[in-house]
Write a protein that binds this ligand. Structure first.
Ligand SMILES: [Zn+2]
Length: 385
């Protein structure tokens, strides 16, 4: 048992390093509007194309000591840290989910992974790994540009919904696997229907936005200087009609089940319902904070990019972990301000400001992988979960 587990762990470490290497490429090229695949890898200073052996994750950086062979430019430790972080995250997720420390009582969400094992839980595990790769790219791009790349969040949402549905229908891992929990919470049929109804509401709202029935907001932000507090408050209220559509979808879904018009039982309802609720709670909590914050302070608070980020994370994390991320991320942001501010003062440099996206991404990883420790702590602190 031990040798195959170690081999699988080593495979995931290598896979994570390759994903980290690809994330490095995306995070460099995206803000510079370059193609992701088409120009082959090259030195960003002298432009020389890289040979295959200069492009091996982790190993090449160490062998070449982080320098270009031609022009000698230093690449800095950033690339190596991203590859190493991604490799550790993949191997660490495998170890935490499948190899033991999640000793929660049978029937809990954590027990689900242990019970199914890596082969039978493959689609759900792929959804987790794709989310980690996307969050890493989002955090790097947001930290550099202040923008969350929406195609990346969109990719994570689609992969997550498809993978969880495949997990529920084709891979459920033997009879009774669905009854024994679900990796992102097991809502009742009424709440599953609410989750699916909310997802349909989001699709309807997105179509309405495309057709111009719902207005885009803060379009002129950045160029326009005259965003007075009163104008910002009026502007953010234009986002309420979009939010009402998923809310109505949730209410209708819940109502259909409680009145007996709909059964909402079975694997597809569970997969889409649980992930849908995660998306709605994750994105909704950030969006409501944005609206209330803008009304309170009279200027745009919290970007819609963070709403997209939490929508993607919620599909995999489920509603409970999404709520915990929402509660935990501000503490990470405060800790960052304290630590980076202290370091900057000590070095006599201006403090480096970081947008909210990286903090949300970090909170997602900590809450999800730390679930056996986070959930009991949250139970004590907030009286939930
Ligand atoms: Zn070079």
């Amino acid at each position: 048992m031990l040798v195959p587990t170690l081999l699988q762990g080593a495979f995931l470490f290598a896979l994570g390093a390759c994903v980290g290497s690809f994330v490095n490429v995306v995070a460099w090229r995206w803000p510079r509007r370059q193609g992701i695949v088409s120009p082959p890898s090259r030195c960003s200073t002298c432009g020389r194309g890289l040979r295959w052996w200069e492009n091996v994750p982790l190993i090449s950086w160490i062998a070449l000591r982080g320098r270009c062979r031609t022009c000698g430019v230093r690449l800095g430790p950033g690339h190596l840290l991203v590859e190493l972080g991604s490799a550790s995250l993949f191997a660490g997720s495998f170890a935490l989910l499948f190899a033991g420390p999640w000793q929660e009582p049978p029937g809990s969400d954590a027990w689900w992974w242990l019970r199914l094992g890596p082969w039978h839980a493959m689609p759900a595990f792929i959804a987790v790994l794709v989310l980690w790769g996307c969050l890493l790219a989002i955090a790097l791009i947001d930290a550099e540009t202040g923008f969350v790349p929406l195609p990346v969040t969109g990719l994570a949402i689609v992969v997550g919904l498809v993978a969880m549905t495949v997990q529920a229908t084709a891979f459920r891992g033997g009879s009774g696997a669905l009854a024994a929990g679900w990796p992102c919470g097991s809502p009742s049929p009424a709440w599953c229907a609410a989750g699916v109804g909310g997802l349909l509401g989001v699709i309807a709202a997105a179509v309405a936005l495309q057709l111009g029935l719902v207005s885009r907001t803060f379009e002129a932000a950045g160029q326009d200087q005259d965003w007075t507090p009163a104008r910002s408050r009026r502007e953010v209220l234009k986002e309420v009609p979009f939010l009402l559509m998923p809310l109505i979808g949730m209410l209708l879904g819940h109502r259909f089940v409680t009145t007996g018009a709909l059964a909402a039982e079975g694997p597809v309802w569970l997969a889409l319902g649980a992930s849908g609720l995660g998306l709605l709670v994750g994105a909704g909590s950030i969006w409501i904070t944005r609206i209330l914050g803008t009304l309170a302070f009279g200027r745009e608070a919290m970007g819609l990019g963070d709403v997209h980020l939490m929508a993607a994370a919620g599909v995999v994390l489920g509603w409970r972990d999404s709520a915990l991320v929402f509660l935990a991320a501000p503490f990470l942001a405060l800790a960052w301000v304290a630590v980076s501010g202290g370091l900057a003062k000590w070095r006599g440099q201006p403090a480096r400001e970081l947008p909210y996206g990286p903090h949300l991404a970090m909170a997602c990883v900590l809450v999800y992988l730390g679930r056996p420790w986070v959930v009991p702590a949250a139970r004590v602190l907030f009286g939930i979960a």
